[in-house]
Ligand binder design. Structure first.
Ligand SMILES: [Zn+2]
Length: 281
């Protein structure tokens, strides 16, 4: 058994995960200001004696050698030596990785990509995260490979926070969706999803266009990596039924060869916790 921790902007989720990828115990804490203390509490809450190790998925860039996390967006932590701090506190093997990488690893080991060698995925939320799993292991490059949300789909598109112009996240992140949804009674992408459920024409059009842009991004990734399966998750993937058609037609149009299946996340909101637990293997 392992512990899997998912550090998010609002919540910290900890799960006790067995070898088959079942969550035996799960706890959620508001992240709050004192992230570290909350993290310690969450771990203590689900810990048992039989644990092999602790895996942690966190936003922000990772330094694998140091086991540290760079600046986390929305969280008051910076260059924190997270791995050794947790290791010292609990005396257990500890691994850390980027949260989107953990999402894809979770799907690769226990979810939609189970039994596949190579899995690539995107998480759609406020931002757009990505990950590459090769031979059931996260591909890191030097450290931070898999930042697929920052691949360019429009070379003279608007400037993004990351410094790039027209990257996927500019269009598919919360801001991008809300720009398409201008005029609708919606505060966040899931409101636009709810409107689409009611048959609102503009909302349906938003998701159609969303799928087209997502498909362009996914086609680039499939052309580059030709994985066995491509997994799409994150809370915005709830709108899958409204964007998957235009997404798939774009993927087929832009890939040089028969593309791999592109599927919705199977593990849903537990993917990152399960992936974090799978870091300790
Ligand atoms: Zn970007």
């Amino acid at each position: 058994m392992n512990l899997g921790i998912d550090i998010g902007g609002t919540n910290i989720v900890a799960g006790l995960v067995n070898a088959k990828g079942r969550i035996l115990k799960r706890t959620t804490f508001k992240a709050g200001k004192d992230i570290l203390n909350t993290l310690f509490r969450a771990i203590s809450d689900v810990k048992t004696r039989k644990i092999r190790g602790i895996g942690i998925g966190t936003p922000g860039p990772i330094n694998l050698e140091k086991g540290s996390v760079g600046k986390m967006l929305n969280l008051p932590l910076k260059n924190l030596a997270l791995r050794s701090m947790i290791n010292k506190r609990f005396g257990l093997r500890t691994e850390i990785d980027n949260d989107a990488n953990c999402f894809v690893l979770g799907e690769a080991v226990y979810g939609a990509g189970k039994g596949c060698k190579n899995v690539v995925g995107l998480t759609l939320g406020t931002g757009v995260g990505g990950g590459i799993v090769i031979n059931q292991r996260i591909y890191h490059g030097r450290n931070n490979a898999g930042e697929l949300g920052h691949t360019t789909i429009n070379f003279d598109g608007p400037k993004a926070k990351c410094g790039n112009h027209g990257c996927l996240e500019t269009y598919l992140g919360k801001k991008g969706v809300m720009k398409l949804a201008r005029g609708l009674k919606a505060k966040e992408p899931l409101d636009v999803y709810r409107l689409a459920l009611k048959g609102n024409k503009q909302a349906l059009k938003v998701w159609k266009e969303y799928g087209t842009m997502l498909g362009i991004g996914i086609a680039n990734m499939i052309n580059s990596l030709d994985p066995d399966i491509f997994v799409v998750g994150g809370n915005v993937s709830k709108a899958w039924r409204f964007f998957s058609k235009s997404m798939m037609s774009e993927v087929k149009k832009r890939t040089l060869f028969e593309p791999c299946p592109v599927v919705k996340s199977k593990l849903g909101e537990n993917a990152a916790v399960l992936g974090a637990a799978a870091l300790v293997r």
